[in-house]
Design a protein around this ligand. Sequence first.
Ligand code: GLN
Length: 511
Amino acid sequence: MSELIRLTAAELGAKLNSREVTAVEVAQAHLDRIAEIDRSLNAFLATDAEASLAAARAVDERRAAGESLGDLAGVPVAIKDVLVTTDMPTTAGSKMLEGYRSPFDATAVAKARTAGLVNIGKTNMDEFAMGSSNENSAYGPVHNPWSLGRVSGGSGGGSAAAVAAFEAPLALGSDTGGSIRQPAALTGSVGFKPTYGGVSRYGAIAMASSLDQIGSCARTVLDAALLYDVIAGHDPHDATSLNHQWPSAAAAARAGVASQPLAGLRVGLINQLMLEGAQAGARAQFEATVAMLTAQGAEVIEIDAPHFEYAVAAYYLLHPAEASSNLAKFDSVRYGMRVTPDGGGTVEDVMSATRAAGFGAEVKRRIILGTYALSAGYYDAYYGSAQKVRTLIQRDFEQAFAKVDVIASLTAPTTAWQIGHHADDPMQTYLYDATTIPANMAGIPGISVPIGTAAEDGLPVGLQLLAPAFQEARLFSTAAAIEALVTERDGTPFWATAPVIPAGADRKAAE
Ligand code: GLN
């Protein structure tokens, strides 16, 4: 195992810029790691060593030619398979798109490439990003690097597991209801979702367009900030992307360690996010972290957000409604799979056979629910009411942020569960999204930072921080300060305590 894989993206970037290592060496070290352990994790759906090494070589050549390159030039990034790429296939975790190649790169991917980041592979995910455990992937679940029989969270379980297991220092993800933050919590990594419109969604296969955001996954807060700085910004291809001057998130993360932002910080604890059913050991870690914040001079304020109670119900109406419309484009004509029934048939027969064969159970469930919620006669009762709840949740946040600077909660109510444990009960996994969904409903930024392990099972626990729209700098400085406290308490960064995965371990044995 090369020592290079244990460096953070910031450290790798520095070594690359001082020419201590080459981008090719760094890419090769990560490709070796993937070859060695991904059989155990199933975090990647596609890799292409030749494409990655060619991209790395191009960075080395630019550097050799004296071009001045950014902080992350030559650093590998894994890309959630919901983002289209020209150099590798894109499936969104679905059989529907098996073998699909995009003629263009998603904007976030294009920006990463321009900054010299090297695509190291496409990561596994719940089909069309629907799920919280990665078990809805058509290509099998992602196994948690902390305990191979457990889920890695979802829908971006592949991106989170890849960074936690040193297969990549950085990854891109998408977060519609928690899909960056929740897998980060379950794998002991950092996951960041920006303000809605902060990052272009162009080339992200749309699920629920009013909720979807692209963001960053990493092992440290600074690394997540560095990657976000690269992908943020206005894009004429996405009408919802904001034309805003985003301050440097990396500078904010660095300031969070240097300038003690916790003294005097007003931290809100929302009663409705303190879930009664939360695991005792996760709760204990959360309370211990809150105590650390108080010791640093933060003021902890309890607040009510009465409409959060309806967030999950409203989300699971809005989301299927938007998703059912977005997925109508997989019609057997324009993209991917086509199944012709025996003996032929009409266009409708082909469409129906294709959609029956190409979509998994969860996707079908949401298409049916969403179509129903949008149907004439039911629109006001379901979709209309859910939109009203959304407005009320936004108001709850406005009132909360009049009193506090940031909101803290557990990112997820429990640690990673056994693969298969909730397989027959989609409601249970929906309820697990209660803590992450409100931020998407309001379009505000959020981050998950590891704060320790739960006493019962030794698995990672994540703390979620939320801030008002546009306040990512506050989020990154606070998150970096918390990360520094955890590191000081444990004597080592959290990510460094992950168990070692034996090379070539067979994930099937762990299931
Ligand atoms: N778990 C949520 C869902 O299934 C969130 C998914 C996501 O953020 N992509 O919809």
